[in-house]
Design a protein around this ligand. Structure first.
Ligand code: MG
Length: 310
């Protein structure tokens, strides 16, 4: 059992003694906010506090960015999640080995709902000389609406609905993708798009066995999203900044967005696109072309080193 205590400001929490957590309470709070939006950290608790608990042993569950006291089942969740991730990672490696053997480059496409993943994929397939060499695993909680939109370009499409999960899974995991791979003819393709479920949180946490992670970010979502959803933005190799055609109608500050993105992920490539007008799609096609290995399987050439854990 942890020790329960209450701060002067009325927040309460319990200290779990066993988890190690090198949180520094002498913190001087010097992370960069320069140029950031005027977000509110809700940081009103006073670190000159006078109660005497031992911070080396028992960190409070509230940390520097506001109140985390609602997360009391943290340690139990960590144990459960560790088991889930271990199992998922094993499965993801099986998927990746399968793709490597077949000479296929796997791209995990992620975004919030409505950012334009499916529209961009339609443009992408329409612009390819060899759409028949492309496979798509289409993830959605319900419906075949997007899978239907992607049918007819000559590519193989395998639909995954996640509604059988508790309330509908918010992401694809590696076993789900593995089951979709069984429905595709892997010998006929060299490029696989895995269109994840629209969500800015969970998909970033699950390796599905792809080689690259690409995120579609729509400028209607706001410049601050990299700061609010760092796990997603940190996990990707490329950010497609979509809905560029709307720029004249929005107050979106592209420089601020890119600064925010760089503060979270300095290495991600950025391509500005519009799935509506087709602007920037050629740059995205080039990015893809550089990563495809059209004759790798046929020639018995091992694929080049790639980003892991996508
Ligand atoms: Mg979609």
């Amino acid at each position: 059992m942890g020790r329960f205590h209450r701060h002067d400001d009325g927040t309460e929490h319990e200290h779990e003694g066993e988890h190690d957590h090198d949180h520094d309470h002498g913190h001087d709070h010097d992370h960069e906010h320069e140029g950031g939006p005027d977000h509110d950290h809700g940081h009103d608790h006073d670190h000159g506090h006078d109660h005497d608990h031992d911070h080396d042993q028992a960190p409070p569950l509230s940390t520097e960015h506001g109140d985390l006291s609602g997360y009391r089942t943290g340690p139990e969740r960590v144990l459960v999640l560790e088991r889930i991730f271990e199992e998922n990672d094993r499965s993801a490696q099986v998927n990746r080995d399968l793709l490597d053997t077949a000479g296929i480059v796997g791209i995990n496409m992620m975004s919030s709902p409505g950012a334009g993943k499916t529209s961009l994929l339609q443009h992408t397939l329409a612009g390819l000389d060899d759409p028949a060499r492309v496979g798509i695993v289409e993830g959605d909680i319900e419906t075949s609406i997007d899978a239907d939109r992607l049918a007819g370009y000559g590519s193989q499409v395998a639909l995954l609905n996640t509604s059988a999960g508790f309330g509908g899974e918010c992401h694809l995991d590696a076993p789900m993708v593995g089951s979709a791979l069984k429905r595709l003819d892997l010998t006929a393709m060299d490029l696989l798009f895995i269109e994840n479920v629209g969500n800015l949180v969970c998909p970033a946490e699950f390796d599905v066995g792809a080689h690259h992670r690409v995120m579609v970010f729509a400028i209607t979502e706001g410049e601050e999203k990299p700061l609010k959803y760092p796990v997603m933005f940190r996990s990707v190799d490329l950010v497609l900044v979509n809905k560029l055609d709307l720029l004249p109608y929005l107050d979106f500050d592209m420089d601020l967005f890119e600064r925010n993105l760089r503060s979270i992920n300095p290495d991600a490539a950025v391509i500005r696109v519009s799935a509506r007008t087709g602007e920037g799609i050629d740059a995205w096609q080039s990015w893809l072309a550089e990563r495809r290995l059209p004759s790798a399987a046929a020639d018995g050439i091992r694929p080049a080193p790639r980003t892991m854990g996508a």
